[in-house]
Ligand binder design. Structure first.
Ligand SMILES: Cc1cc2nc3c(=O)[nH]c(=O)nc-3n(C[C@H](O)[C@H](O)[C@H](O)COP(=O)(O)O)c2cc1C
Length: 202
C-alpha cells in the first residue's frame, strides 16, 4: 500500500512541470493573440483616411480579394444564419462606374446583399457586420477601403440583374477596396466628435 502511495505521489510530482509548461505555452500563445488583437484595434481606431481621392490606380491581387472575402464570410450573424451574399465587381469597368461614378482604375467594389434585407432589420444588421469585417480586413492588409450606401437605391433599382444578386436578395452596402499610399494612419485619419457624452459608465 505504502509503495502504491509513493508511486502515485511520484507520478503527480512528475506531472507538475508538464502542467506548468503547458500553462506557460498557453499564456505565451495568448500573449501572441493579444498582440495581434491589439494590432487589429490600432487598425480600427486609426483607420487610413480613404477619401475617394486617396485611391491609387493599381490592381489588388486575387489573394488579397480572397482574404477579404474570407473575413466577410467569418462575420457573426444572428442564429448563425449567414444571410449574406458578396458580389465582387472587378472586371466590369462600366458597371463599376455606374455604381460609383468617380471610381478609379484597379479598385474593386464588394457588394454585400442580404436575403430579404428589404423587410428584415436583423438581416440588415448581419450584413452591416459583414460589411465592417470586409472594410477592416482590407485595411488590415494595408489596402484602402471605404463603405458606401449612397448608391444602394441605384444598385437595387437598376443593377440587381447585372450583379447577379440571388433571387430575393437586396444590396445593403458596398465596400470599395483599392491600393492607397500608406501614410501615418493616426495623423491622416478623419476627425471624430468629442467622446464626452458618447460614453457612459454605470
Ligand atoms: C454606412 C456608411 C455609409 C457610407 N456611405 C458613403 C457614401 O455613400 N459615399 C461616400 O463617399 N462615403 C460614404 N461613407 C464613408 C463615410 O463618409 C466615412 O466613413 C466617414 O466620413 C468617416 O471617415 P473615415 O472613414 O475616413 O474615418 C459611408 C460610411 C458608412 C459607415
Amino acid at each position: 500500500m505504502k509503495t502504491k502511495i509513493l508511486a502515485a505521489a511520484f507520478a503527480a510530482f512528475c506531472l507538475i512541470p508538464a502542467c506548468k509548461s503547458e500553462t506557460a505555452n498557453t499564456l505565451a500563445a495568448s500573449a501572441d493573440a493579444a498582440a495581434a488583437n491589439s494590432k487589429a484595434l490600432t487598425t480600427i481606431t486609426g483607420n487610413y483616411a480613404t477619401a475617394p481621392g486617396k485611391f491609387l490606380a493599381a490592381k489588388i491581387t486575387d489573394d488579397e480579394t480572397n482574404s477579404i472575402l474570407q473575413a466577410g464570410l467569418r462575420s457573426p450573424s444572428a442564429r448563425n444564419r449567414q444571410p449574406w451574399h458578396f458580389t465582387v465587381v472587378k472586371d466590369d469597368a462600366a458597371l463599376a462606374k455606374g455604381i460609383i461614378p468617380n471610381i478609379g482604375e484597379g479598385n474593386i467594389i464588394i457588394v454585400i446583399s442580404g436575403e430579404g434585407a428589404d423587410a428584415d432589420k436583423g438581416v440588415v444588421l448581419d450584413c452591416a457586420l459583414a460589411t465592417q469585417n470586409v472594410y477592416l480586413a482590407a485595411q488590415a492588409l494595408g489596402l484602402g477601403s471605404r463603405i458606401y450606401t449612397g448608391p444602394i437605391d441605384t444598385v437595387n433599382g437598376k443593377y440587381k440583374e447585372s450583379l447577379g444578386l440571388p433571387k430575393g436578395y437586396s444590396a445593403v452596402a458596398l465596400v470599395r477596396v483599392g491600393k492607397i499610399e500608406l501614410v501615418d494612419a493616426l495623423s491622416a485619419a478623419s476627425s471624430r466628435k468629442d467622446p464626452a457624452g458618447m460614453i457612459g459608465y454605470k
